[in-house]
Write a protein that binds this ligand. Structure first.
Ligand code: FES
Length: 193
């Protein structure tokens, strides 16, 4: 989304209800308190993380709410939200798989694993499978280069040495978990936004 389109959207599509809960704002306040009183914008990444954990993704309305709360231009918040791969700018599937393709992982077949995963799921990066189960993202170094190639499931679970066999086992495990527990449990999603 271009900056101009984002600005127009955030002006013309004001949410009818608060984008975030009171509890989310309390958590953001705790992050703001870590910085000097005239530098609350320093809490923007933590605030976006809190918002995403509550809502599941960072809609223009949620980004605008964070911007307003931190006295920042909406476009400045969008620039941050769109730069870092851990932020979701679209509703993710139930399982967000982020695979590292940086150099150390690349030297241990990370790119081959990424291609295998794309072919297995039938989607590209930033896409979601038609059944809504899997979203695939390309990630930057996750600080676990010794376990290369690595993946993270739902921004939380680190998976090491992701050969084709281990990818097959992980996808089977996640599909089984989804069929055992049809209700999404991901990241504290707040309704169907
Ligand atoms: S390069 Fe992949 S975890 Fe560091």
């Amino acid at each position: 989304m271009s900056g101009q389109a984002f600005t127009q959207l955030s002006i013309t599509e004001r949410p009818q209800e608060p984008a975030l809960s009171a509890q989310a704002y309390e958590k953001i306040d705790r992050e703001i308190a870590k910085y000097p009183s005239d530098q609350k914008q320093s809490a923007v990444m933590a605030a976006l993380t809190i918002a995403q954990r509550e809502v599941g993704w960072l809609s223009p309305e949620v980004q605008a709410a964070v911007a307003t709360y931190l006295d920042m231009p909406a476009i400045a918040v969008h620039e941050i939200a769109s730069f870092y791969t851990m932020y979701n700018l679209k509703p993710p599937g139930r399982f967000k798989l982020t695979i590292c393709t940086n150099l150390p992982c690349g030297l241990r077949n990370g790119n081959q694993s990424a291609r295998y995963l794309q072919a297995k799921l039938g989607i590209g990066f930033n896409d979601t499978t038609a059944d809504g189960l899997f979203t695939l993202k390309e990630g930057e170094c996750m600080g676990a280069c010794g376990d290369a190639p690595v993946m993270i499931v739902n921004d939380h679970r680190m998976c090491s040495w992701m050969s084709n066999d281990r990818i097959d086992a992980l996808i089977d495990e996640l599909r089984a978990a989804a069929s055992d527990s049809p209700e999404p449990k991901q990241m504290g999603k707040k309704g169907e936004r």
